[in-house]
Design a protein around this ligand. Structure first.
Ligand code: NAP
Length: 280
């Protein structure tokens, strides 16, 4: 593990800062001495309100990270408002639940676009600034679903498996350049995008659901304290270990009907249902 303390003075860019884990991360990072923040997401008003509420200097840029010009726009914003970038938190992400037979390649494609391609493209644009500001760090927010896949969430798992694998390789590549790469793998966290309503409704499963603040603390562990990998809560590491050590058992459990409660409906599903525009 690299020596503490982490990158200072802290200039941190958080994607997906308009809600959930990203918002909690911005609030948590604002407690770091001398921190300055850059908030990124699509909903400008949310970002403006958060920037104004934070007790430290914060700028924001409203951008759809899937758009072609998004990385260049974010880079230009960073260069205009900040003299360095010491932490990039790639947290923005989304999920649409559908089996492959229902959602097909279209669902896989849109999920990869936001959860993987957009992360890689933004990191490519900001890596020179991170290297120039070293010691610095990148935190990629994947998911326990990036180690263990479930029915109805295969597209999401594909995107998070890709992100986890890419992060491991990037960790090894960037260490020599002073850019630490940390991976955070949340389990079930109740947020706007992932309300976990089904799990929270039952006493038997409520305990599985954690908070955005705990995820934010894990992001700080990975970004400022040099941790290479953090599950949230930590016990979810057991699910990932079981997938490797007893894959047959994990397959049996996850193929059973009772596992379907774990494929919870997402905010993106609800928005799509309201708009009446499912992917297929
Ligand atoms: N909550 C969980 O149970 C859980 C579990 C494992 C992993 N995760 C991961 O944690 C991350 C944060 O999720 P969350 O639970 O905090 O959900 P959330 O409340 O829906 O937050 C997602 C954030 O991503 C932003 N975003 C989505 N698409 C975007 C796009 N195309 N361009 C720019 N910003 C975009 C959203 O902002 P705008 O809508 O304003 O753009 C929002 O700020 C995601 O990567 C998710 O996959 C969550």
């Amino acid at each position: 593990m690299p020596p503490a303390p982490g990158p200072h003075p802290l200039v941190a860019l958080v994607t997906g800062a308009s809600s959930g884990i990203g918002e909690a991360t911005a609030l948590r990072l604002a407690r770091e001495p001398g921190a300055r923040l850059v908030l990124v997401a699509r909903r400008e008003q949310r970002l403006r309100e958060l920037a104004q509420a934070l007790p430290v200097p914060a700028t924001y840029i409203a951008v759809d990270l899937v758009e072609d010009d998004a990385p260049a726009r974010v880079l230009a914003h960073v260069e205009e408002h900040h003299d360095r970038l010491t932490l990039l938190v790639n947290n923005a992400g989304s999920a649409w639940r559908a089996t492959f037979a229902e959602g097909g390649w279209a669902n896989v494609h849109r999920t990869m676009e936001v959860n993987f391609d957009a992360v890689v493209r933004l990191t490519e644009a900001l890596l020179p600034a991170l290297r120039a500001s070293a010691p610095s760090a990148i935190v990629n927010v994947a998911s326990t679903a990036g180690r263990v896949a479930r029915a109805g969430a295969a597209s999401y798992s594909a995107s998070k498996f890709a992100l986890a694998g890419w992060s491991d390789g990037l960790y090894a590549e960037e260490a020599a350049h002073g850019v630490h790469v940390g991976l955070v793998l949340p389990g079930f966290i109740a947020t706007e995008g992932f309300p976990q309503t089904e799990l929270r409704a039952k006493r038997a499963t409520r305990w599985l659901v954690s908070t955005p603040e705990r995820a934010a603390e894990a992001i700080v562990d990975a970004g400022l304290r040099g941790r290479a990998e953090r599950y949230v809560p930590r016990g979810y590491a057991l699910a990932a270990a079981a997938r490797v050590l007893v894959p047959g058992l994990v397959r049996r459990v996850l193929s059973g009907g009772s596992a379907s409660i774990m494929t919870t409906r997402t905010g993106a599903d609800a928005a799509e249902h309201q708009a009446g525009t499912p992917v297929d």
